[in-house]
Design a protein around this ligand. Sequence first.
Ligand SMILES: C[S@@+](CC[C@H](N)C(=O)[O-])C[C@H]1O[C@@H](n2cnc3c(N)ncnc32)[C@H](O)[C@@H]1O
Length: 334
Amino acid sequence: MNDYGTREDPHAQARAARQLPLLLHSLSLFREIFEIVHAHHRISTVVEVGVESGQVSGIYAELGASAVYCIDPAPTDALRAALAENDALHLIEERSPDVLADLPVADLYVVDGDHNYATVRGEMDWVLANAPDAVIVLHDVLWPWSRRDLYYLPSLLAPEDRHPASSEGPTVWHDGLSRAGFVGLGAFTAAQEAGGERNGVLTAVEDALSASDGGRQLAVIPAVFGVGVVTRNQALLEALAPYRDSKLLSTMENNRIALYTRVLQMQFEAVAHAENADAMAETIASQRRDIERRTAEAADLRAQADDLRRQNERLRELLDERPATLADRVLRRR
Ligand SMILES: C[S@@+](CC[C@H](N)C(=O)[O-])C[C@H]1O[C@@H](n2cnc3c(N)ncnc32)[C@H](O)[C@@H]1O
């Protein structure tokens, strides 16, 4: 139940808002969608591709699955610990799609691993061929990876399955990549160009469905980078109808990614300004040191000049005290 606050507690909604991360990205936000999937399709075994923190894995077990196979080739210690607490969750430290054939056939496949065409196409093709009645839920079917490959593990892909990639990231503010965009910071790279053939998650899903034996639909829920539900279960599709292609959700998502990439750009500019300010402070400090050195040299020269002036005066006094020599007389005459 949403907490909209009361007259006595008017800040409840703001409190809830500030507890959320700045960037919502996890499938755990789609619990109500998974509740609908479980309510309309018998789900006992789940294969989850791409686990990260494990915060979604437990949801499938809570909703009634007896076995959840959690595939992630790079699990953290925190993930191992989280999965170890629940007997229904099994960590599979391998790479999808290669490992799919080694696992029991599942009723639900949740695909949120390496978001590139070759990997997702491989996953879709395998599931459609080997688990034809399974429901497939895919994350990131919308911007930024709908029509542009992301690579977590590019070295494992055949060269023809990789587009030229960059460490720069997409932004909604122009069509190219940017250092101020949605960057992987070493965790992933992005295809330099968006669009075309064999590029992106949504393109992979569309191609896999076109190549399959038909009867399935892709229902897109346009929120939090986009979730796709692939099924031929009509009751499930009807239950998803309020979310499917919702104009309201889509507009809010577009606004969210616009705001977030604007924040990324402002952060980038703030760091650049801070670096400029550091460079300027160093220049000013070095110029100040130069001025101090020259001031000290000038003081030295002034002291030397004073000394010479004093010596000169002293010499004149000595000359005045001595009996005049021929030279003095000559000098004085001048
Ligand atoms: C976007 S995160 C998953 C987030 C998680 N599903 C959630 O909603 O909270 C992607 C994960 O996929 C994993 N991954 C990358 N390549 C993979 C592959 N080929 N097979 C399975 N997992 C992969 C990464 O290690 C990373 O933990």
